[in-house]
Structures are given as C-alpha cells and as structure tokens.
Design a binder for this molecule. Structure first.
Ligand code: PMT
Length: 404
C-alpha cells in the first residue's frame, strides 16, 4: 500500500543549496500517494526554479503572500487548512529565526503561524551558522513549541567546509513524514464504521436515498486504520474504494446495514455511525415498474430500524459514536440524539446545499457527556484523524473509569 495515500503535504522551500534535494523529495512523496503543494520563499528562487517544483508536484507553486494570481486562488489560510503536515526543507538559518519570533512577512512564515498541523523543519546551512549560539537558541525555542527538527546531518558541505548542517536526504525526510501518520492509539481494537447512504427500493428500478457520498465514513475508516485498528466498514452504495486492509461489506438497505453491523458487533470495541441511513422504507415494494397512469401517486412508508440505537442498546455495547446531520439548531439537536440514543459521543455537522453531503470539506461540533470539541472547516480526511484522536481519548477514559 502507498504509505501517504490521501495525505496532503505542504512543502516549504527556503533559500539554500540543498533546495535541489527538495525536488527529489517531492517525487518521493508523490510516489507514496501524497498530494504535495510547494511554497517557495524569494531566497529559494536563487537555487531552484518554481517551474521545476510545479512540474514535479503537478500543482502551481505558491510564492507571494498578497499576489492572488501566484497564489492560484489559495491564500495562506486555505493552504494552512488544506495541509495535514508542513515540512520546511531546506530550512535556512534565516527562516528558523523567523519561526522563532513568529514573524509573518511572507507567505511561508504566515501560513506556519496560521496552521494547526505538525510542523517539521529540516535545517540546512553552513556548519558555523548551525553551531552559532543564536541558531542553537532558536532551535531550542522552536523545539519547545513541538516543532520537529529533522537533522541536520554532518559531512562535506557545498561551501567546502565539513561539519553539521547538511540537509537530510529525501528518503530520510520521507520516512519522517510517514511516521507522522502512523500511530498506535487504537492498536488491537476492532472498529466498525458505517458510511454512505442506504437505498430503499420503490419498485425494480426506483429507490429512496440521499446525497451522502460516503467520503466522511471512508475517511473515518482510514483514520481508524492509521491508528492501528482492525476496521470493518459497512458501506452503502458509493463509488469510493476502501483501503485493502479494511474489511469492507457492501449493503443497500438500512435493514441489511443493521444485520451486517449486528453480526460484527460482538467483538467490536468502537462503533462509528457516519452513514446517512434512510429513516423510512416503502411498506410494499412494487414487483413491476410503477406506471405513470395516475395523476398523483402515494407511497406508504414505514420506519426503518435505527442501526446506531440498536448497537447502543446491546447488552455489552461497544463505545458508540453517532453523527448528527442537521439543518438547524446543531447543538441542541445533536445533544438530543446523544442522550436519546444513549451514545458515548456525537459529531454534528450542518448539512444543506453547500454543506456536509458530498463535499470535500466539512466542519464538526463534537459532544460527549462533560465535554465538547469544535473541529473547524477542513478536508474530511483531516477531520477524521482529529475525530479518531478524540474518540480514542474518550474511549480510554471510559475504560479506565470502568476499571477503577
Ligand atoms: O457521506 P458524505 O457525503 O461525506 O457526507 C457526510 C455526512 C453528512 C453523511 C456525515 O457527516 C453524517 O452526518 N452522517 C450521518 C447522517 C445522518 O443520517 O444523520 P442523522 O442525524 O439522521 O442520524 C443520526 C445518527 O443515527 C447517525 O449516526 C446515523 O448514521 C444514525 N442512524 C440514523 C437513522 C437510522 N435508521 N439508523 C442510524 O444508524
């Protein structure tokens, strides 16, 4: 499997001869399935052209803080929101000093301030500049802010000197990025995720359904997998590909979804219901295609089982996480569902024409007894990782309380 599938890496290139290695790094990141956007400082232009980075990343290179053309419609806030990780390689002594003081006088330094994602810096500079007490003090300061420093390596330098200051090789930086996405928070846990819509037949060619694309649920399944879980994904009809390591079971109707979920729930530790299950199905499914002979047509609907409530009501139920899709009163309605269905957590999203369903981005308000969390607008993949992290923390808290 490609290790960085669906991961969004923002590569910041600052001025230094090691910038040539960044070109190789872009290639390696993309080989592993990552989407890469490159931001270059003015200093970087002296060492490598934006055209090279554009060709390798397959995307326009971002350079200017206020030039809308160069930013190709993506400003610093959008870029910060877009990224899963920011890697600065090479990181010059000057850029490290800017990071230390929180300066925001160009695109790269500004988006480093605006981002709330892991920030990695691969320093590259002359050995004396690296050893200088000012640089060392800056490195110490930024490490206290949980900025990771990768390297530098020791050896021959472009300036003819020998010592520490060489940027790590592209493959070493690739491994450091891969390590960010591998965690073991849910190692050994069985997580069931539902995703996508259900389809309730009206006749042999028509059905009732909704606009769920399955993206949110598939992203949850992937995030649980990355956290080390064994994942069962129970999916309604969508056009997405599940990761190979996930046990994906395809269903059509709410009843089928319920049966598959319940037959897997015995040894499940966590159940995450991201599917948009149809609340009603036709009381009778016409055996033949319904003809348009009548002026009006009434179809009698009956209630579907509630998959999530049925799991939460099991005698030994897993840790249950619902989603709430609301067009109004997000918090009130979500808390009603949290309490009404007896859930451990609920992630609420506003849905409508431009929100929630079938969109790349989403925003979530997460609630549980005694706590809440706001996850700002971001790609669903990124939100899923944040939500899985919050679920794992709550899961372990519940189980440590049970043990005491
Ligand atoms: O698939 P995408 O295009 O990415 O869109 C994502 C999403 C908007 C569908 C997703 O984020 C989301 O909100 N999923 C839940 C949709 C929903 O059915 O919400 P609800 O408020 O109607 O239901 C509350 C909870 O009960 C949900 O966890 C739902 O899965 C569950 N439910 C509902 C009805 C039912 N019969 N069985 C259920 O299990």
């Amino acid at each position: 499997m490609k290790t960085l599938q669906n991961k969004r890496i923002l590569l910041g290139v600052t001025g230094g001869i090691a910038a040539y290695k960044s070109a190789e790094l872009v290639r390696r990141l993309r080989e592993q399935g990552a989407e890469v956007q490159v931001v270059m400082t003015r200093g970087a232009f002296e060492f490598i052209t934006p055209l090279t980075m554009q060709a390798l990343s397959g995307r326009p290179v971002h350079t200017e803080l206020l030039d809308h053309d160069s930013e190709a419609g993506m400003g610093h806030i959008e870029l910060a929101r877009w990224s899963d990780v920011i890697l600065i390689a090479p990181g010059s002594a000057n850029f490290i000093a800017k990071l230390t003081y929180g300066m925001a006088d160009d695109l790269l330094s500004t988006l480093c301030l605006a981002a709330d994602v892991p920030l990695l810096v691969a320093p590259a500079m002359n050995q004396q500049m690296w050893r200088n007490r000012a640089t060392q003090a800056n490195i110490e300061t930024i490490m206290q802010r949980e900025i990771s420093i990768l390297g530098p390596a020791e050896g021959d330098q472009a300036c003819g000197e020998v010592g520490p200051g060489r940027m790590l090789e592209a493959v070493q930086l690739l491994h450091a990025v891969e390590a960010i996405f591998q965690n073991s928070m849910l190692a050994g846990k069985h997580v069931i995720v539902t995703a996508g819509p259900t389809r309730e037949a009206i006749d042999p060619v028509r059905y009732i359904s909704n606009r769920s694309s399955g993206r949110m649920g598939y992203a949850m399944a992937r995030a649980a997998l990355e956290a080390g879980a064994n994942v069962t994904l129970v999916s309604g009809p969508v056009s997405l590909q599940a990761p190979d390591q996930v046990n994906c079971v395809k269903v059509n109707t709410a009843k089928e979804m319920r049966d598959v979920v319940l037959s897997n729930a015995d040894d499940a530790d966590i159940f995450i219901a991201a599917a948009a299950v149809a609340d009603y199905r036709c009381e009778e499914i016409a055996e033949q295609k319904i003809k348009k002979s009548e002026k009006t047509l009434s179809i009698k609907l009956e209630k579907n089982p509630d998959v999530l409530a049925d799991v939460a009501n099991l005698l030994s139920s897993p840790f249950t996480v619902g989603f709430a899709a609301e067009t109004e009163s997000l918090k009130d309605n979500a808390i009603k569902k949290l309490k009404g269905k007896g859930l451990d957590m609920i992630a609420a999203n506003l849905v409508g024409d431009e929100l929630g369903f079938d969109k790349e981005d989403n925003a979530l308000e997460v609630f549980w007894s005694g706590g809440s969390l706001s996850l700002q607008t971001a790609p669903k993949e990124k939100l899923a990782r944040q939500l899985v992290h919050a679920i794992a923390l709550n899961y372990y808290e519940k189980h440590s309380n049970k043990a005491h």
